[in-house]
Every structure is written in C-alpha cells, then in structure tokens.
Design a protein around this ligand. Structure first.
Ligand code: NDP
Length: 399
C-alpha cells in the first residue's frame, strides 16, 4: 500500500493521475497538487477514482511543500510541475523523508541552462537519508535512457554511436502551438545545439544541423540536432560511446513562427517594463498561445521516439539496433483527454514511481534512469500503453 503526491496538474500531471488511478494495487492513495486547487479538483472529479484527492501548493516555497508532505505523508513525490521547482521539491523531500521522481532537469528561471550538476549535488544527502531520487523519467529524458540501458544489457558489449530520434508527425490544426509548456519548450529549442564526440562537446548554432530521417509508419521528416539533457548522463554512464546526438522533427510552419517570435523579442526571458509592470516576454507569450492541454481533441497522427545505436555486439561483431515507440494522439486523447506528448511523458513517470514502490528501483541516492534495471520498466511500458519495437541490423541513416 503506497501513497504518492503528484505535483503539477498540467498535461503531463493529468496523464500521471489517470495512469496511477489505473494501477490501484500499487498506488493505493493519490494526491494531485498544484498552485491552482480548482484545476486539480477538476481532474480528480473527471477521473472519479475513490483513492484520489486534490490539494494545493506553491512548489517554489519549501515551507509550503513541507506542510503538504507532512499533511499527507506520501512514500514518493512525482514532480511534474516545471523544472524551476526541482530543487525546492527535493529539499522538502529530504526534510520529510520522502523519495522523489521528476521528468526534467532543474533550470534556473533567469538563464536557460540544461545540466544535472545542481541535482547530482544532492546525491550524498539522499544517500544519507536512505531516500531515492529518480531524475528525468519521462520519455526523453526517461524512456530514451531505459532503451539505451536495455540495449547495453541485452545486445552490446560496446555501444559506440547513439542517436535519440524524436518525431512528432501529428497535426493539431493550429497555426502555432507547443506540445508541452510553451515557456519550457521554447527555451529549450532556441538554444545552441550540442552533441558529444570523442570525449568532447561540440556546439552548433540553434537548429543548424538537420537531415531527413525515416520514421516507422510515418516516413521521412526533417530532423534537427538539439542539445537534450539525457546526453549528459548517458555519455557519463556508458564510457564506450564515441558520439551521442539528439534529433527532433519540426515542420517549416513551426520554424517560421519560431523565427518571428525570436526576431521580435518575444522569446526573451529577461524582465521588461510594460506600463510600470515587470513582465517576461516569453511568459506573456505563453499566456496567449494555445494551452497544450487543449490540443488533444483535434490532434491526428502519431509520435515516434526511439534510440538508434551501433557498436559491437556481445560477440564483438558490428551491430545496429533501433528501439522505438509510436504513440497515437487520438488514442492518447481517448484514454486520458491529453495528446501523445503529454501521454508519452506521463506514462513513464507513473512507471518509474511504480518501479520504486515495488522495490525494483529503490536505492538511496540520486540516479538517472539508465542506472536501474531496464527490464521490469520495459515490461510495464508494453502493458501501460507504450508498446515498443526493435529492429536489428537496419541502415540507421546516422553517418
Ligand atoms: P504545464 O505547463 O501544462 O503544467 C505545469 C503544471 O505545474 C501546472 O499544473 C502548474 O500549476 C504547475 N506549477 C507550475 N508552477 C508551480 C508552482 N510554483 N507550484 C505548484 N505547481 C506549479 O506543463 P506540462 O504538463 O506540459 O509539463 C510538465 C513537466 O513535464 C515540465 O517540467 C516539462 O519540462 C516536463 N516534460 C518532460 C518531457 C519528457 O519527455 N521528459 C516531455 C514533456 C514535458 P497551475 O496550473 O496551478 O499553474
């Protein structure tokens, strides 16, 4: 019998709440909390599970978080609020003796900078407290790391080249919208690109490198090299990797809007004075863009996210390996009222919590997902709505 608190009631939080409610034998009590109680209550009412309640917290305040955790005494916090809140939630977990899981690395508000150092610095504190912190347990980061760990465990003696490929071939019918929190999304993709090669990080201009990649059941899509946070932990945990890159698809229309948003200063994350009020342009833009949670209804098509890996197999022979999941926006919407990007993030977050609560991913300290046994997680992915497929000795298109 285990109790969890989900913090964050956006697109991802909604999916996590649905999926926890579907697994009452693991999640015997569920609390959904965010800044806005009415949003949490509406989700709880819609799901209609007897073991789920709503609460409210400002997760920027350790004091409020501690009060929330003392009120409910959960076994784990599933943090699907924004990356700004990671450290305050980790602090509160330490103070109250609660384990922790998130889906995105900590980011300071005033600079878009992606690295795990801030959270890895908590390792000793979690170890000493006998608590587990699982970092980056969405799809990417998350399943991308579990896929890599699965490849290392079952197929490779040395993984040499890793490409994480993320395609959204869906159409929501809007001129411009982001699939998850617009502020976080635009901060991420307007940064310089970066990839790992022969022990060094190579920096590129934003979206400078691109190529057409072929995705299963979808076909060719223009894919752009981005920096993505899981690259940092994967090259550290698999020292045989010579090159690691991350690719994401964008349509021309999306990129044109993005360029205009940047050119006119709406992607700025510093404060400006507007008629005596301080505003951050990107936060204002978020307020006028479509809410990612409302995209689901008319979303058609599917996502395809996977890992393309080459290297030496267990017998020392050359091997190429592609493991991926395709997820339909329509099916995700039918099940949870959310589109596939929220779905593919929320399902793995629930599974990560399940792994911890079943004692399979329980070890004191702060870990990235690839540091745990991938097998039980992969088993659950297939059961919980994200079936995966693997192809060996395919042309990976990844020279
Ligand atoms: P949304 O913007 O839809 O939702 C964010 C939620 O967090 C809202 O409910 C909001 O509350 C809540 N929140 C924000 N600030 C606070 C605060 N100070 N205290 C309490 N609650 C707060 O985001 P998404 O659901 O799209 O994304 C959630 C997370 O998932 C993000 O961190 C994102 O980076 C991550 N993500 C990870 C992916 C992966 O594959 N690893 C992919 C996609 C997203 P309120 O509504 O009350 O304002």
């Amino acid at each position: 019998m285990s109790k969890v608190i989900i913090i964050g009631a956006g697109g991802v939080g909604t999916v996590v709440a649905y999926k926890c409610a579907q697994n009452p034998e693991v999640f015997s009590e569920i609390v959904l909390a965010s800044r806005t109680l009415s949003k949490c209550q509406a989700i709880v009412d819609k799901i209609g599970a007897k073991n789920m309640t709503a609460d409210t917290v400002d997760a920027d305040s350790v004091e409020q978080l501690v009060a929330l955790l003392r009120r409910h005494k959960p076994d784990m916090v599933i943090n699907v609020a924004l990356p700004y809140q990671d450290l305050t939630i980790m602090d509160a977990c330490l103070e109250c003796g609660v384990s922790y899981l998130d889906t995105a690395n900590y980011e300071p508000r005033d600079v878009a900078h992606f690295e795990y150092s801030w959270q890895w610095a908590y390792r000793e504190k979690f170890e000493k407290a006998g608590l587990t912190a699982i970092l980056g347990c969405g799809f990417d980061p998350g399943v991308s790391g579990v896929f890599t760990a699965y490849a290392a465990k079952h197929y490779f003696s040395e993984m040499e080249y890793l490409d994480i490929v993320d395609c959204n071939a869906g159409d929501h019918g809007k001129a411009f919208a982001t699939n998850f929190n617009p502020e976080i999304n635009i901060r991420e993709i307007t940064q310089n690109g970066r990839y790992y090669q022969n022990g060094k990080w190579v920096t590129t201009g934003p979206l400078e490198i691109h190529r057409t990649l072929t995705y299963p059941n979808i076909g060719g899509r223009e894919s752009y090299l981005l920096y993505h946070e899981e690259l940092e932990s994967l090259v550290k945990n698999y020292s045989s990797i010579k090159r690691a890159r991350f690719w994401m698809t964008f349509g021309q229309e999306y990129l044109t809007h993005l360029r205009v948003i940047q050119d006119i200063g709406m992607a700025r994350i510093d404060e400006i004075d507007y008629n005596g009020t301080k505003i951050v342009p990107l936060q204002f833009l978020k307020a006028v863009l479509p809410n990612p949670q409302d995209l689901g209804e008319n979303y058609r098509g599917e996502t395809s996210i996977g890992c393309r890996i080459s290297g030496l197999d267990k017998d020392g022979k050359h091997l190429t390996y592609y493991v991926y999941n395709n997820c339909s926006h329509e099916e995700a919407y039918r099940e949870t009222g959310m589109q596939a990007v929220s779905y593919t993030t929320g399902v793995p977050a629930m599974i990560g919590a399940m792994m911890y609560l079943k004692g399979l991913w329980k070890k004191p300290g702060v870990y990235n997902v690839e540091e745990f046994d991938p097998d039980p997680f992969m088993e659950q992915l297939a059961v919980q709505g994200l079936p995966w497929h693997e192809v060996l000795n395919l042309d990976l298109e990844m020279d």
